[in-house]
Design a protein around this ligand. Structure first.
Ligand code: G3H
Ligand code: 13P
Ligand code: ZN
Length: 315
């Protein structure tokens, strides 16, 4: 059943966070649904601009509709990840997405407000909810390049003004993470003090943590042992999700970790079975490993076991 992120946030706020997982293909879709059913968790499916153009924007929609039929008990939102204004409008018009993210965080504050407001008005008119972003993550985003050294954490006072001016439904805050597999060097970590100040000014308002992959060191080791080269990869401590949830983080975005599972499975498979060439052989292993990975993340986020409680609220 497709619901809005707002409905999921109402159930989760202050207690746990909902996992928001990016998908690009059939195997990820099946693994995601299986993992969330195995762990009895509500979830958010994220589709990036790159995912929409990987095959055709209608392809992932068809896969998700099929999965919804195969797993009739699943409860999830369908969300555009890091949209620009044109893509947001396209998703709003499609009638399929229950939630969009407008990412105008690279623009000056007033311009970010202006663009976000336009998307909020169009989305709300159709019952679709909007995530916006203020502050800049380090690392590389799809259409924005920000040097990690210049990453700008979200200003708590600006966050309050931004939410009031735009009417957005949730806010992605920069609290020290970045996208990809190389997040931190040295002793850097999450800036909980910033999160606390934002929650003080916006009590009860759902916050979103991007760049939340934990880049498990065992996964990196196995990838490198099977021919990969991911030296120095490092991520967020997944044991910190629970604390972040108490400070208002209700959506945690995870993409890179899933890509690492894919890379490990396929590198090890072709190393161990050089004579094989049936794509379904590693594909089956990947779906099973991805489902396990998703169930594990949902445990860490606290969303595991919440499915029936959420069903009562959204009915
Ligand atoms: O934040 C970016 C997400 O990981 C999506 O990545 O734009 O390569 O699909 P992508
Ligand atoms: P990771 O690169 O840490 O998985 O972050 C994903 C993300 O923020 C998608 O919007
Ligand atoms: Zn992101």
């Amino acid at each position: 059943m497709i619901v809005t992120t707002k409905q999921l946030f109402e159930a989760a706020y202050g207690k746990y966070a909902i996992g928001a997982y990016n998908i690009n293909n059939l195997e990820q879709t099946m693994g995601l649904f299986r993992g969330c059913m195995d762990s009895q968790a509500p979830f958010i499916i994220q589709i990036s601009k790159g995912a929409r153009s990987f095959t055709h924007k209608n392809m992932l929609e068809a896969l998700i509709r099929a999965a919804d039929g195969i797993f009739p008990d699943a409860i999830f939102a369908v969300h555009l990840d890091h949209g620009d204004e044109a893509t947001c409008f396209d998703c709003i018009a499609s009638g399929f997405y229950s939630s969009v993210m407008i990412d105008a965080s690279s623009e000056p504050f007033e311009k970010n407000v202006e663009i976000t407001k336009r998307v909020v008005e169009a989305a709300h008119a159709k019952g679709i909810v909007v995530e916006a972003e203020l502050g800049q993550l380090g690392g590389v985003e799809e259409h924005v390049k920000v040097d990690e050294a210049n990453a700008k954490l979200t200003d708590p006072d600006q966050a309050k003004t931004f939410v009031e001016k735009t009417g957005c439904d949730s806010l992605a805050c920069a609290i020290g993470t970045s996208h990809g597999a190389f997040k931190f060097s040295g002793s850097q970590g999450l800036h909980f003090e910033v999160l606390k100040e934002i929650q003080k000014r916006l009590p009860g308002f759902p916050l979103v943590m991007h760049g939340s992959s934990s880049v498990p060191q065992e996964e990196v080791r196995r990838i490198n042992a099977a021919g990969g080269n991911l030296k120095g990869a490092k991520g967020v401590n997944e044991d910190e999700f629970a604390h972040a949830a108490t400070l208002g983080v209700t959506k945690v975005n995870i993409d890179t970790d899933g890509r690492l599972v894919w890379t490990r499975v396929h590198r090890e498979f072709f190393r161990d079975f050089p004579e094989k060439f049936d794509l379904r052989d590693p594909g089956k292993i990947f779906m099973s490993e991805y489902a396990k990975f998703i169930a594990h993340k949902n445990e860490k986020l606290g969303s595991a076991g919440q499915l029936e409680a959420v069903r009562k609220l959204v009915k």
